[in-house]
Design a protein. Structure first.
Length: 804
């Protein structure tokens, strides 16, 4: 993979899309395998181009008004003698003091102020930023219904609220960025009632109503041919894009994933739309949550992988259509793990950040994935990769080392001659919006009064989870059953209200996994209510449905305890929303240690959901917690949720990405030698020292070491250099004395160092000096003992030592 470089290096010139070598079919048709070399192109930003209004106020009442930043306010008319880009102005001026300032960013006043209060390019002029952010998410924030020839029907998509809040903030006036969202349209449905009746005389087609031939000869009516899939014409596609920008304020660029294209009329045919989810949700989602799938049909597995690759490629094509040099591309979640590499292959200079919203498994579990290398190579195309928890980032770095063999540390991974930063960014919620919606609404106040009448005299434990095996609903019910058994004094005095919404992962037909979970939960609820309930009271109230906003916030406000028992979870918004809604009641929060938010919420009661007795004890502890302790714990949680909100997360992610880009060059490749400069310095020097390695420098690397013989040209060049009295020429090699004597010994002016410095022959001398005679080598036995210790404990390894 070409090491990422910065836009603006060299003379800025416009790049024609049609002639860009990165768009040649020989490049765009390659599979996702890093290592493709493309020359970097200079950035070009047209100062005369007017910025597009990219506001995307999904919730315009929840953002704080602020000055709109102009994408071109940074530029001034070009003057004679002035640099044409910030990169040129900064070239050659990187002093030690400036480098220290960049590495310790607190010294720069631009970093002390909030990112939203500054021009993002002014804080990092060397990056030559355009001021635009392109966010790539799997799906747009709307469920879309198609009505041919009419406006599209858009309904807000449920789930991933934190992500959509982040995108909403980026598109608001409070953000200094111009924002564009790129996402799949999702499964488009035909609007009900449209084009369903084509002929009023059409006979009903069903077994009960079909006419029966009396004479046995009259043919039965054939069912009308139903069109396969959904047909979306070009005018309808254009209408959707304009409607998204017109009615929903901001630029949303939809990605169309189609099965067929009517070339004649330019229509897209959508058939099996769920296929684009299959690999990500069936393979990646389950594995990332530590669930192993049963072996499937190999042909189906290859097809789902091909669909996954094609989906990521379609995203890359769409982003290239709108990309401008200096844009920041932020890619979200496991659906788009190949996208960073696909973009990097075609835009070597792009600034790319990636954030994974779900857990990342340990290397022992991840290596079970059949496409493990391709996935890692794909995401390593980013400049920075963010995770919800430190353990997830540690697992990722470990996988890169154990599976790909790359060097890694807590700071990142060194891959393909570039450094990919790895960092932790616990995502939050839009706390101010949540608080505004939960308090002050008279409808919610009325619902709270009704709930208090229903559950008068009862302590209320609230849980809200997805209908998914990783959410731990079954463990929660089992622990609550043990709690009622273990603490009989709480019977008839406490009620568990469990809200279970549908899973965010689409379930395939024939997959009975969800049905098993539903049946298990229903059985547990019936068992608990049958054992500890009565005709007038049920200790568990289960609501397998979505709740409206008013009911949900009312439930969180009246709760006495919040109970989250997920067995694997990337980020749990319910726990954060519970903290905000409990600012008056200050109820304790019981949180699974396997949740991605557990590391951030130190004031919660952390539990192991698999330890059912331990969870039962924690429930009792929370119900009996003194008021002073409850207040102290809640204050700690409340301050954290307010300060680490989604706006802060967005700013921190972009700020860290820019800091990583500007603090050091990500390319570790050796720069090209300036021959003219070398010749000038050679002529000016009075004494010159040349040190040459043998293998790979004077001779090429070959399979047979004895075949590495220097050419006549190399011998003549060495003789010429060594003949100059001002030159001191040495050959430094791991070869032994006999080999160097045979091929280099006849040049008496050369200095020779054999066996990595163990033996030395000075110029104009024929004697070899043994430098190891006076060296203490007693340390070797101790080192060998250490090697042996780890060899015995590492499966499949053997000990090999090279003493230099």
């Amino acid at each position: 993979m070409t090491p990422p470089t910065r836009p603006g290096q060299g003379v800025p010139e416009p790049v024609e899309t049609a002639t860009h070598p990165a768009l040649h079919p020989s490049v765009t048709s390659v599979p996702v395998t890093p290592g493709i070399h493309l020359a970097g192109h200079s950035a070009y930003i047209d100062p005369d181009e007017r910025p597009q209004d990219t506001g995307l106020p999904f919730d315009p009442d929840t953002v704080t008004p602020g000055p709109q930043w102009s994408a071109n306010s940074y530029f001034e008319p070009q003057q004679q003698g002035r640099s044409s880009s910030p990169t040129e102005a900064a070239a050659g001026a990187r002093t030690g003091e400036e480098l220290l300032r960049r590495l310790s960013t607190v010294a720069d006043p631009a970093f002390k102020r909030d990112l939203a209060d500054t021009d993002p390019r002014a804080a990092h002029p060397s990056l030559n930023l355009s001021g635009r952010v392109i966010s790539a998410t799997f799906a747009v924030p709307y469920n879309i219904e198609h009505s041919p020839g009419n406006d599209w029907h858009l309904n807000s998509r449920r789930g991933t609220s934190a992500l959509f809040d982040s995108l909403s903030y980026l598109a608001s006036a409070a953000s200094p960025w111009n924002h564009t969202l790129v996402g799949w349209t999702g499964e488009i449905k035909e609007k009900s009632g449209e084009n369903t009746v084509k002929n009023g005389l059409q006979q009903p087609i069903n077994k009960a109503a079909a006419p029966i031939p009396v004479d046995g000869k009259t043919p039965l009516l054939q069912p009308p041919q139903q069109p396969e899939g959904i047909r979306v014409d070009r005018p309808d596609r254009d209408r959707l894009e304009k409607q998204l920008e017109r009615d929903h304020g901001g630029r949303i660029v939809p990605v169309w994933l189609v099965d067929e294209i009517d070339e004649k009329e330019g229509a897209y045919i959508l058939k099996d739309q769920a296929r684009w989810r299959k690999y990500a949700e069936h393979e990646l989602y389950t594995l990332f949550h530590y669930k192993q799938n049963e072996p499937a049909d190999g042909r189906a597995a290859r097809k789902s992988w091909a669909d996954y690759y094609r989906m990521n490629k379609e995203f890359a094509d769409r982003i290239l259509e709108i990309y401008k040099p200096g844009d920041i591309i932020v890619i979200h979640d496991f659906y788009l793990l190949l996208l960073p590499s696909l973009i990097r292959q075609r835009l070597p200079n792009a600034y790319i950040g990636f954030f994974l919203h779900v857990p990342f498994p340990s290397s022992e579990f991840y290596r079970c994935l059949s496409r493990r290398k391709e996935i890692l190579e794909g995401v390593l195309g980013a400049n920075m990769i963010g995770f919800q928890s430190y353990s997830y980032s540690r697992h990722f770095s470990s996988c890169c080392t154990r599976i790909l063999g790359f060097d890694s540390s807590s700071a990142g991974v060194d891959a393909y001659g570039a450094h990919v930063a790895v960092d932790v960014f616990p995502i939050g919620i839009n706390a101010s919006s949540t608080q505004k919606q939960a308090f002050g609404d008279p409808v919610i106040d009325e619902k709270i009064k009704g709930l208090r009448q229903i559950y008068a005299g009862k302590k209320i434990i609230v849980g809200r989870d997805r209908l998914d095996s990783v959410r731990g609903v079954a463990q929660k019910l089992q622990a609550f059953e043990i709690f009622l058994e273990k603490y009989p004094e709480w019977r008839d005095k406490v009620v568990l209200i469990q809200v279970t919404s549908p899973s965010s992962v689409h379930v395939e037909k024939g997959d009975d996994g969800e049905n098993k979970i539903v049946n298990k939960i229903s059985d547990l609820v019936a068992k608990i209510n049958g054992t500890y309930g009565s005709l007038s009271f049920a200790p568990v109230h289960h609501f397998p449905q979505y709740l409206c906003k008013e009911e949900y916030f009312a439930l969180l406000r009246i709760a006495d305890v919040g109970l989250i028992t997920s067995v694997r979870d990337g980020m749990n918004t319910t726990s954060l929303e519970y903290v905000v809604c409990q600012k008056d009641n200050q109820g304790p929060l019981i949180l699974s240690e396997f949740s991605g938010t557990a590391g951030s919420l130190g004031g919660a009661i952390h539990i192991n959901p698999w330890d059912l007795s331990g969870v039962a004890e924690s429930i009792n502890e929370a119900l009996n917690m003194p008021e002073e302790q409850r207040q102290e714990a809640h204050d700690k949680l409340y301050q954290h949720v307010l300060s680490n909100n989604v706006q802060a997360w967005t700013n921190n992610f972009l700020k860290r990405l820019m800091t990583n880009l500007s603090s050091f060059d990500h390319a570790f490749a050796t720069p090209a030698l300036d021959r003219a400069k070398l010749l000038y310095q050679y002529r000016q020097a009075k004494k010159r020292l040349f040190m040459f390695d043998y293998d790979g420098t004077l001779t090429p690397i070959v399979k047979d070491p004895q075949a590495a013989i220097p050419s006549d040209r190399v011998i003549r060049t060495l003789k010429t250099l060594a003949a100059d009295p001002a030159n001191s020429v040495w050959i430094i090699s791991g070869r032994d004395q006999a080999f160097l004597d045979e091929w280099m010994g006849h040049i008496s002016e050369l200095g020779l160092s054999a066996e990595h410095g163990s033996f030395m022959r000075h110029p104009r001398s024929e004697e070899w000096e043994n430098l190891t005679e006076k060296t203490d080598m007693s340390w070797q036995s101790e080192v060998m003992d250490v090697f042996q210790h780890y060899t015995e404990r590492t499966q499949g390894k053997s000990r090999a030592g090279i003493v230099r």
